[in-house]
Design a protein around this ligand. Structure first.
Ligand code: C2E
Ligand code: MG
Ligand code: MG
Ligand code: MG
Length: 274
């Protein structure tokens, strides 16, 4: 119908659009099925304190096995977010993180897992109660889990977002501001929200490796002024790490040290390090 409706030059556009919509609908159906069959996986990437060489914490990252490979979170998280499946997905991630925590805490009682929360999850009225009951129900301490939120989670409905963040913090969860510097956030607001940590986005680490330290230096010094810790993400080279250390940032996450791994591989990785 789209083909006949317009002139030739529009039909191509319409077909492409239709293709996009169909692809999204298929992805949505497949994701729904994945969640129904409990096939979503959670992998873990270590974050090191390179001053001591110790693992400081882990980031939990959702992995969706699809058609013999893995579908990228960059593709399926937006679909989950738009369709509302993100709340179910987020609950599955939280359950899996909580199931993994005893093995990690047995190795070191200070271990912490960082869990990503999307904007729509933050807007869920059940979020705080749900997370508390999952963590408490497993007999875990709430400070074993930190939450990562991007600036986009703060963009709409600012008052409710602040209320939710305050409630999470009051419940004992530490909060990290993810991909810091890539979105729009006013420093005034940042200072009024209960974040303990800024995550320096990978794009600034790349710039740093190319000799441009301006943004990385500014963000690290801003964090220092506000009394926040900084985790740098996406470190792939020793040179990047050394420059970060020079700027005073010592919490390092990236392929240089380890890629995200399933729990058994992570336990092996930790055992090898001794
Ligand atoms: P993010 O939270 O900023 O996570 C860091 C991303 O950087 C991960 O991508 C990680 O695999 C990747 N990464 C880590 N070190 C390096 C490195 O040295 N080089 C490069 N090139 N990349 C590195 P991933 O796993 O593909 O996830 C992408 C995004 O999807 C995440 O970005 C997060 O926003 C979202 N996401 C992933 N899992 C979840 C989840 O369980 N819930 C929610 N709401 N979002 C999630
Ligand atoms: Mg993150
Ligand atoms: Mg990040
Ligand atoms: Mg990122």
């Amino acid at each position: 119908a789209a083909k006949r409706a317009g002139k030739g030059r529009y039909s191509l556009f319409n077909d492409a659009l239709l293709g996009d919509v169909q692809e999204r609908m298929l992805l949505e159906q497949q994701l729904r099925e994945c969640l129904r069959q409990d096939q979503l996986e959670v992998w873990f990437q270590p974050i090191l304190d390179v001053r001591t060489g110790e693992v400081a914490m882990f980031e939990a990252l959702a992995r969706w096995p699809l058609e013999g490979g893995y579908c990228s979170p960059a593709r399926f998280i937006p679909v989950a977010e738009e369709t509302g499946l993100i709340n179910e997905l987020g609950a599955a991630v939280a359950r899996k993180v909580i199931a993994a925590l005893p093995a990690l805490l047995a190795l070191d009682a200070r271990h912490v897992v960082n869990v990503n929360l999307s904007p729509r999850q933050l807007m869920s009225r059940h979020l705080v109660e749900q997370m508390c009951s999952l963590v408490d129900g497993a007999g875990l301490s709430r400070d074993s889990i930190h939450f990562e939120l991007t600036e986009s989670a703060l963009a709409s409905n600012a008052d409710f977002a602040k209320q939710q963040l305050d409630a999470l913090a009051a419940a004992g969860f530490h909060l990290h501001l993810d991909d810091f510097g890539t979105g729009y956030s006013s420093l005034h607001r940042l200072q009024s929200l209960p974040f303990s940590t800024l995550k320096l986005d990978r794009s600034f680490v790349v710039m740093l490796g190319q000799g441009d330290a301006r943004i990385a230096r500014s963000i690290i010094s801003l964090a220092e002024q506000l009394g926040l810790q900084v985790i740098a993400e996406g470190i792939e080279t020793l040179e990047q790490q050394e420059r970060l250390l020079d700027l005073g940032c010592h919490l390092i996450q990236g392929y240089l040290h380890a890629k995200p791994m399933p729990l058994p591989d992570l336990l092996e990785w930790l055992a090898r390090r001794g």
